[in-house]
Design a protein around this ligand. Structure first.
Ligand SMILES: [Mg+2]
Length: 122
């Protein structure tokens, strides 16, 4: 099964997503900040779910580091944000994000977006 890295600073949301994905049979890696996220990248996830609003290193910065790394840049990223502002949506396109999920998220939407991306990538 594909390996999914979930990067989210809110522990409750992180655990919830982990459980949802594990029930579907995905292997789940978790990171609660940008530093941990970059460590977990070494375990070669197949897809990344990335929260934008995080202290210290935010999601955009994590994304820049991923996209600048030769091994990591082809990995699909779904951005997770509570912010629906147009600037954020523009950034999503500029920064080659595969999809966006606006919080509060729905389980169905999350799983459908993941499946859609993994099917097209594989
Ligand atoms: Mg957050």
């Amino acid at each position: 099964m594909p390996k999914i890295l979930v990067i989210e600073d809110e522990e409750d949301i992180l655990n919830l997503i982990k459980i949802i994905l594990e029930i579907q049979g995905y292997e789940v890696l978790t990171a609660c900040d940008g530093f941990e996220a970059l460590e977990r990248m070494k375990e070669n996830p197949d897809l990344i779910i990335l929260d934008i609003m995080m202290p210290e290193i935010d999601g955009w910065e994590v994304l820049d580091k991923i996209r600048k790394n030769e091994n990591w840049k082809p990995i699909p990223v779904i951005v997770f944000t509570a912010n629906t502002h147009i600037e954020n949506l523009k950034k999503v396109h500029e920064k080659r994000v595969n999809d966006i999920i606006v919080k509060p998220f729905e389980k169905k939407e999350l799983l459908e977006k993941i499946e859609k991306i993994l099917n097209t990538v594989v």
